[in-house]
Unconditional design. Structure first.
Length: 171
């Protein structure tokens, strides 16, 4: 069973980061209700909003969407380390005993039981990840890729699996 299927609602604290926004896009594309907080408006948060993801910028519990506040057991909260310990929304979510996970933990859940290529290191991770994703995608391998930057050829930091291509029949 998919470990994130139990969470129809996903709320992000720090949704505007490059890694967090890729996760937000993945959850949205896979049928989850997605919303989140970020400190500032950026082109990336504006893109998320244009894609149908609710983003707010003021740290106040009242800004957490009602579906998140009213359905604790069905909500996965994803947290970035950039959120300060005194953040009001984070404090409230902790007090209410929400399931709160770090981005790295959620990536682990999504890749659990699946063949995975992970790129680590000091320099070149985004470039290398983008090249691997590009090669797999164009080889017809249905794969998802979470990238550390916006890939020019995708216009996104997320590659979603495409249905397998059928070979063209020649007359």
């Amino acid at each position: 069973m998919n470990p994130v299927a139990a969470f129809p609602h996903v709320f992000f604290l720090g949704i505007g980061g490059i890694g967090m926004s890729a996760l937000a896009r993945w959850f949205k594309a896979n049928g989850h209700s997605v919303s989140g907080y970020d400190k500032t408006v950026t082109p990336l948060t504006e893109a998320l909003t244009a894609e149908g993801i609710a983003v707010h910028y003021e740290d106040a519990v009242a800004n957490i969407p009602a579906q998140v506040r009213e359905n604790r057991a069905q909500v996965l909260v994803i947290l970035t380390p950039a959120i300060p310990k005194d953040h009001q929304e984070w404090a409230w979510l902790r007090e209410q005993d929400y399931d709160i996970r770090k981005r790295s933990q959620v990536l682990g859940l999504l890749t659990q039981g699946r063949p995975t290529i992970a790129v680590a290191g000091t320099h070149g991770k985004t470039t290398t990840s983008s090249m691997v994703a590009h090669l797999l995608h164009h080889a017809g391998v249905p794969c998802a890729a979470f990238l550390g930057g916006i890939a020019v050829n995708l216009g996104s930091n997320l590659l979603l699996p495409q249905p397998p291509r059928r070979p063209k029949r020649r007359p």
